[in-house]
Design a protein around this ligand. Structure first.
Ligand SMILES: [Zn+2]
Length: 307
């Protein structure tokens, strides 16, 4: 009975999502959030009730003439079993997708993400890992990968080490799953650390960065939510804040390293000056005193020899 009730609710939510999605596609403002659109789209896909929205000739013409206005940016793996538009039941112009093996976040990926969230103003960024990810599995197994792929796998290794440390008793598929999750969080962390633009958008509430894992067998997505350390990651000082700080404190003292270096140079200069002063004054005076002493001694020595 409870199963039927749950199924009924799921079907009702899917039916609602049809109306909501089309309402979102054709009118402003949106009735549901971007994240809800992704959730509902995935529910439709996984339940084998896809709407295949925005895939018509009209949509092609509309986006070609008016430009793209995607409602989400997604960083996901290049794996052919993880096509973002299909698994989120979306269409043309709906998702700004960045795909790379292992959903790693290097410079080029982050630059693309900045375009999605900064220029196209998508209010949500999803970093999407997936089950049975080959890149993460290779990193867990320590496979000897040659060529440029070697460098990419190296980017996943820290996430694997973190997963191993946090789950010392896990092996095989269980460990790989934890490494996939850890790798999603690592990519989010890399994005937030590297991109001042993304940090600012998160800080000002204009962007949500969400982790997720797609199950390639069931079609369902496990939503991980925000990075556990997001509040600290977005605290990293931005260039804008640095310049404000400099204006407030003066350009010189705002840079503490520069200030300490200057103090160090001044102390060294004073010490050196002191040493030079001693050499120039004390040693010649000492010599003069020695010479005078010798001169005083000389007559008495002469007297001694006479005697
Ligand atoms: Zn993968």
């Amino acid at each position: 009975m409870s199963v039927n009730w749950k199924n009924g609710m799921k079907i009702a939510s899917i039916i609602l999502s049809f109306f909501s999605f089309f309402a979102k596609s054709n009118s402003e403002p949106a009735l549901i959030s971007s994240l809800d659109s992704l959730r509902l789209g995935n529910n439709r896909f996984a339940s084998e009730l896809p709407a295949h929205p925005n895939q018509s000739k009209g949509r092609r013409f509309e986006t070609a003439i008016e430009g793209q206005k995607p409602f989400a940016t997604v960083l996901s793996c290049s794996d052919s079993r993880v096509p973002a538009e299909i698994i989120f039941d979306c269409g043309i112009g709906d998702i700004f997708t960045v795909r790379v093996a292992g959903n790693v976040a290097g410079d080029d990926e982050i630059a693309s993400i900045e375009f999605g969230v900064g220029n196209l103003h998508t209010p949500v960024l999803v970093v999407l890992g997936h089950t049975k990810c080959g890149a993460v599995t290779s990193a867990v197994n320590g496979d000897n990968i040659e060529g440029l792929m070697h460098g990419l796998i190296q980017k996943i290794i820290p996430a694997v080490n973190k997963a191993k440390k946090a789950n010392p008793k896990l092996h095989g598929d269980d460990l790989i799953y934890e490494a996939i999750k850890s790798n999603v969080y690592q990519s989010i962390s890399d994005i937030l650390k590297q991109s001042e633009e993304v940090r600012n958008l998160v800080k000002t509430g204009k962007l949500q960065v969400i982790g997720a894992i797609y199950d390639i067998k069931t079609g369902n997505i496990e939503w991980l939510g925000n990075h556990p350390d997001e509040s600290n990651l977005v605290k990293l000082t931005t260039t804008e804040e640095k310049s404000k700080e400099q204006k407030r404190e003066g350009p010189f003292f705002a840079n503490k390293n520069l200030m300490f270096m200057a103090i160090f140079v001044v102390v060294c200069a004073l010490l050196s000056g002191g040493v030079i002063f001693l050499f120039l004054n004390y040693i010649p005076r000492k010599k003069k005193e020695d010479i005078a002493e010798d001169k005083q001694k000389e007559p008495s020595e002469k007297n001694e020899t006479k005697e």
